[in-house]
Design a protein around this ligand. Structure first.
Ligand SMILES: Nc1ncnc2c1ncn2[C@@H]1O[C@H](COP(=O)(O)OP(=O)(O)O)[C@@H](O)[C@H]1O
Ligand SMILES: O=P(O)(O)OC[C@H](O)CO
Length: 493
């Protein structure tokens, strides 16, 4: 009985992966679910979809591994972060859909809070910015827009949680807990003191009685009941998906850096026990917390990475499948320098412009699908360079020169080579790309005593391919300068 079940509840799909005692994945089940867009800039999920896809993928992965649920030693959970659910304490029924991290409906609230001079205080305590991305203003929106919700919350009848918290509450039949990394994304958690900030909750208008208890990433979150999973199983590991990927990439030393390329792109730089305050609009967050001790990170969050490829496929319809971008980009005319700024849902770090929208520069009569494909892939590299520039300024030159990458888009050799070229730094792609699930599994397996400690786990990290910079310095400088001008122009419109 040494298998670990990892649940990865993501933005577009839910995955369950069974790992054996050697930390190798032996079975995976995945289900997509419906995205709801009720108004411009709004993104919601039905919490029942998140719950049902979790139950179904867990059952399918366990069966596919040829196991009985009783063969699972422990569960690790990782999840899309910031996404906000408020549910009835008595029934477990959500009172509104989950408001997804991408949702921009609270942009005006954030602007008003900034106007009122609250940003410095909020940032000092939480490490975050007053942006609709985070949970706090989404919770307040639900309380103010669902009839009777605020009074019920104040009476202690409603609970808030990020997706991990909601799934654990349901699986355990009422444990209201989360881990420090998810708490650190809510805009309500004091990352320095390690508890909910009553000051910030008051500013946002969220009653603290709604908030879950915060535990380490490897801790006893409760027993998932046999009614749901076929056996009573302990939940022993929890981390937000980007933090789980940081763990899965074994970025355990200060200065180590990973960047995950899925729908969006999230780069985390381990800063050890120092919570570095960014002066360049990056976030300060908790990378992981073990034995009561937080390890901090600087984070750069980009909202559109792989999603730009989905746009080529579903919006422009110039490709049939994501890998088609490679051949198209190769055909692009070198003399055309088309720049695409994919600010489809605003710009994230380091700009934080929720109302900004995308733009294309440098079009000619000859510009076509090939130039668009190349510009789309390049936009991911340029945006990462923006993050790396900000990180270098914040760290004053401290930090690794190597970037460890993962996520679906790292399958694109073309994109990874451009990334190395534009960063002028090596890019390391590991053999195992399911680093998010690996991170969650390791946290649970380590707590259960079936997986090794941190150092031995770090030694298992294996390189698939290193992409080395090959671009001429002058070309790199000129192309990045052009990108910066394009971003400035996009913000000016
Ligand atoms: N070969 C490829 N070339 C370019 N983009 C790709 C390729 N394969 C996958 N992608 C992109 O990667 C994303 C999927 O990555 P994944 O890590 O599964 O994302 P998420 O967990 O956010 O749903 C999609 O947006 C897709 O467009
Ligand atoms: O579900 P993903 O992989 O798109 O990740 C979403 C992030 O956690 C948002 O902060």
């Amino acid at each position: 009985m040494t298998h670990i079940l990892a649940i990865d509840q993501g933005t577009t799909s839910t995955r369950a992966i069974v790992f054996n005692g050697s930390m190798q994945p032996v079975a995976t089940a995945q289900e997509e679910f419906t995205q709801h867009f009720p108004a411009s800039g709004w993104v919601e999920h039905d919490p029942e979809d998140l719950w049902q896809t979790t139950l179904r993928t867990c059952a399918a992965a366990i069966a596919d591994a040829g196991l009985d649920p009783t063969d699972i030693k422990a569960i690790g959970i990782t999840n899309q972060r910031e996404t906000t659910i408020v549910w009835d304490k008595a029934t477990g029924r959500p009172i509104y859909n989950a408001i997804v991290w991408q949702d921009r409906r609270t942009a005006d609230t954030c602007a008003a809070l900034k106007e009122a001079g609250h940003e410095a205080e909020v940032t000092q305590r939480t490490g975050l910015l007053l942006d609709p991305y985070f949970s706090g203003t989404k919770v307040a929106w639900i309380l103010d827009n669902v009839e009777g919700a605020r009074a019920r919350a104040e009476a202690g009848e409603l609970l808030f949680g990020t997706v991990d918290s909601f799934l654990i509450w349901r699986l355990t039949g009422g444990n209201h807990v989360t881990d420090a990394t998810n708490a650190a994304r809510t805009l309500m958690y004091d990352i320095h003191k390690g508890h909910w900030s009553t000051t910030v909750c008051d500013i946002l208008g969220v009653p603290t009685s709604m908030l879950p208890k915060v535990l380490d990433c490897a801790a006893e979150f409760g027993m998932a009941s046999a009614e749901h999973l076929g056996a009573s199983l302990p939940i022993l590991g929890v981390a937000g998906d980007q933090q789980a990927a940081t763990v899965g990439q074994a970025c355990f030393q200060p200065g180590m850096l990973k960047s995950t390329y899925g729908t969006g792109c999230f780069a985390l730089l381990n800063t050890g026990d120092e919570a570095v305050t960014s002066h360049n609009r990056l976030l300060t967050t908790i990378a992981y917390q073990l034995d009561g001790k937080p390890t901090y990170a600087l984070e750069g969050s980009i909202f559109i990475a792989g999603a730009v490829v989905q746009w080529l496929r579903d919006g422009l319809k110039v490709i049939k499948a994501a890998p088609d971008t490679q051949a198209l980009a190769d055909q692009a005319d070198d003399k055309q320098d088309v720049i695409l700024v994919p600010a489809f849902t605003g710009l994230g770090a380091p700009y934080w412009k929720p109302d900004c929208r995308g733009a294309v520069f440098g079009l000619t009569r000859n510009s076509g699908p090939a130039e668009f494909a190349r510009a789309a892939l390049e936009s991911v590299g340029f945006q990462t360079r923006d993050l790396m520039e900000a990180m270098q300024k914040d760290m004053g030159g401290r930090g690794e020169a190597v970037l460890r990458v993962d996520g679906g888009m790292t399958a694109s050799d073309w994109t990874m080579q451009f990334l190395a070229d534009i960063l002028d730094a090596p890019v390391d792609r590991p053999k195992v790309l399911e680093t998010t699930a690996v991170g969650a599994a390791w946290l649970a397996g380590m707590k259960a005593g079936v997986y090794p400690g941190m150092d031995e786990f770090a030694d298992t990290w294996a390189l698939d391919r290193r992409f080395k910079p090959a671009m001429d310095d002058e070309v790199r400088t000129a192309r990045y300068a052009r990108w910066q001008r394009a971003v400035a122009a996009t913000q000016a419109v």
